[in-house]
Design a binder for this molecule. Structure first.
Ligand SMILES: C[S@@+](CC[C@H](N)C(=O)[O-])C[C@H]1O[C@@H](n2cnc3c(N)ncnc32)[C@H](O)[C@@H]1O
Length: 264
């Protein structure tokens, strides 16, 4: 009997955009793309995954009550479904890290416990949990909770043996000569950072600049598997790192390109 040929899914890794300054964007489903990429090619990963909080609630923006919904990509798949998703992309990222590479993962209480558990289950080594304090967060309109003013960013090495990069002296200098703590006071992105258009969950450049400078060196390769408007890419290229960003949305990738072109 003739052996049946196995169908292997074809994943297109052709860049959506690529520039010689080391700014590359891929368009598609991260889960598929990450699993199709060559292993051990990145020194650092920053991931700002869906927080799965777009479930019909409200929040406050510029003093007005608005829907909290960010888009279909941010709808919860249920606790189990969200955790399965987190396990899968975090495993794929671990395969893509060089032995001494590190990953940074941001989240709020909606996902951070699943992310932390997945990171531990997969054998990463947690190095820090950064408490990012947004300094001037919007008020809580329901008055039934404390105002949400922080996000957590977990920093982890690929495994227990990783001889990871930590630019300790640079961080100390940045902190006026004192050891930097894991409490970071950084404002949400200002208007000037959104002049090319808005991403509903855009991270501040200052946050990404600190992360890139803390855990990578010039020429290093940095991946962002949920890149949105490519705050990671802008911070990376500004200080001479190579960047690969992935997003499924043309709109956000076009916004990324416009932000990048502003640097040229
Ligand atoms: C939290 S946002 C990232 C925002 C980004 N840090 C910034 O500063 O603009 C998450 C992004 O992941 C993208 N996304 C969600 N699920 C995805 C998937 N399975 N594959 C690719 N992109 C995905 C969304 O389109 C969204 O832009």
């Amino acid at each position: 009997m003739e052996a049946k040929k196995l169908e292997t899914p074809q994943v297109d890794l052709t860049p959506y955009y690529s520039h010689e300054r080391g700014f590359t964007l891929l368009q598609g489903d991260s889960l598929e793309l990450l699993e199709a990429m060559e292993p051990e090619q990145f020194d650092m990963i920053f991931a700002d995954p869906p927080y799965f909080l777009s479930n019909g609630g409200v929040t406050c923006k510029s003093g007005k009550m608005v829907s909290v919904n960010k888009g279909r990509w941010d709808r919860s798949k249920g606790v189990e479904g969200n955790h399965e998703f987190n396990m899968r992309w975090l495993a794929a990222c671990q395969r893509l890290l060089k032995p001494n590479g590190t990953i940074w993962v941001s989240g709020t209480h909606h996902v951070i416990y699943s992310l932390g558990f997945a990171i531990q289950k997969l054998g990463y080594k947690i190095l820090n949990d950064i408490a990012w304090f947004k300094v001037n967060p919007p008020p809580n309109l329901s008055c039934r909770y404390f105002t949400h003013g922080t996000e957590t960013v977990i920093w982890a090495a690929r495994d227990d043996d990783s001889k990871y990069t930590f630019n300790y002296k640079d961080m100390k200098e940045m902190n006026g000569g004192k050891q930097m703590k894991n409490l970071w006071n950084i404002m949400s992105p200002r208007k000037a950072e959104k002049k090319h258009g808005k991403h509903p969950t855009q991270k501040p450049l200052k946050l990404l600049n600190r992360i890139v400078l803390a855990a990578s060196n010039e020429g290093d390769r940095i991946l962002d598997p949920f890149c949105g408007s490519s705050t990671t890419g802008i911070a990376a290229v500004e200080v001479g790192r190579q960047y690969v960003g992935i997003d499924q949305s043309d709109e956000y990738l076009d916004l990324s390109i416009n932000r990048f072109k502003d640097l040229l």
